[in-house]
Ligand binder design. Structure first.
Ligand code: GDP
Length: 340
């Protein structure tokens, strides 16, 4: 298709029109192709992907974006399977995306996508897309954000973004969803669970999974402890106090309560205008993040900078020049060679 464009037989708008139409009509193969374009790192694909995205954006579309995080083994995929079936049973169209910066085509991913959520995979009202591979979190999260737009344009009204708690991925997912769920298990210390206080503070709900069998007593205790802990946090700016609850994804208990909690939150967020405000703030934050990434990449890829940087680095390391002065001189060189 790209070759045709270069020969001038088709404009990009003509090329993408059937894809956008197919996607809007809910054609899964058109949707998958559009997501593949978004995930591609090839320049010509990127241009097409941006043109498609531009046509798929609709700020008035009524959708719900839920983030789910938790350490490997906590039960994320079992939970999403149960929760997802509950939602599709209610007539919702659900898409599940994953953010896993450790995923790469050669190494496989922590989330091991293939064997997960087997029931949901078969559900005609669910669409599950494994994490795009990528080394940089920035790249993976951008692809995920853009995929959300495509999925919503294709008629998916509920999007779950799952992340394995690696580094900054929780913050990135929190910044692309309306409601953020932290899944935990009772009995394992927070250190062991890799749960930092900041992540607990980001959560709208903390759900203690595996409340079954001999675990029930420990879970009740954990719910009490976490409820006391979140009561000490400052309330969220919309006045919401994070809810602590328990469930068993295995026995399918407590899953409906999680949905009720999310529904209640969204009802309030819609009535007060908070949902729109929050999404607008997220869009603005991403704009600044992309600009920072773009400017930084442009600077470091610049020929003069690449040539001069090693000697500046050496002078700084030897204590012959201050770090600040070196940075200022390098920026000056950059401006001189990029100025019109
Ligand atoms: P993930 O790595 O967070 O996606 O976790 P999985 O969903 O793959 O679950 C990890 C293990 O915990 C599997 O063996 C599940 O069967 C088990 N598991 C998940 N949810 C529950 C639960 O509610 N109760 C119990 N007892 N086991 C569970």
């Amino acid at each position: 298709m790209a070759a045709q464009t270069q020969k001038g037989t088709h404009s990009p708008a003509q090329e993408i029109a059937p894809l956008v139409k197919g996607l809007r009509d809910g054609d899964i193969s058109a949707l998958s192709r559009a997501i593949t374009l978004v995930e591609s790192t090839k320049k010509e694909h990127e241009e097409m992907a941006q043109a498609i995205l531009q046509q798929c954006m609709d700020p008035d579309r009524d959708t719900l974006r839920i983030g789910i995080t938790g350490i490997p083994g906590v039960g994320k995929s079992t939970f999403i399977e149960r929760f997802g079936k509950l939602l599709t049973g209610m007539g919702k169209k659900l898409a599940v995306l994953t953010v896993d910066p450790t995923s790469s085509s050669s190494k496989g991913s922590i989330l091991g996508d293939k064997t997960r959520m087997q029931e949901l995979v078969m559900d005609p009202n669910a669409f599950i897309r494994p994490s795009p591979s990528g080394n940089a979190l920035g790249g993976v999260t951008r692809k995920t954000r853009e995929s959300i737009v495509l999925l919503e344009a294709a008629g998916y009204d509920t999007i779950i973004v799952e992340t394995v708690g690696v580094g900054q991925s929780e913050t990135a997912v929190h910044d692309m969803v309306d409601f953020f769920v932290l899944l935990k298990i009772a009995g394992a210390g927070d250190e062991l669970q890799g749960i930092k206080r900041g992540i607990m503070e980001m959560a709208h709900a903390i759900v203690i999974n595996k409340a079954d069998g001999s675990n029930v007593k420990k879970t009740i205790q954990a719910v009490g402890e976490f409820s006391r802990a979140v009561a000490l946090f400052a309330p969220k700016e919309n006045g919401w106090v994070p809810q602590v609850m328990s469930c068993s994804a295995l026995d399918n208990t407590g899953i409906g309560e999680v949905w009720e909690c999310i529904s209640l939150y969204m009802e309030k967020a819609l009535a007060t205008g908070y949902k729109t405000q929050n999404r607008q703030r997220q869009q603005k934050k991403w704009l600044y993040q992309y600009m920072e990434q773009y400017v930084t990449a442009h600077f470091f890829q610049h020929e003069t900078i690449r040539k001069m940087l090693p000697q500046f680095e050496e002078q700084v390391m030897q204590g012959k020049k201050s770090s600040f002065l070196a940075a200022e001189e390098l920026l000056h060189l950059y401006y001189q060679t990029t100025a019109p």
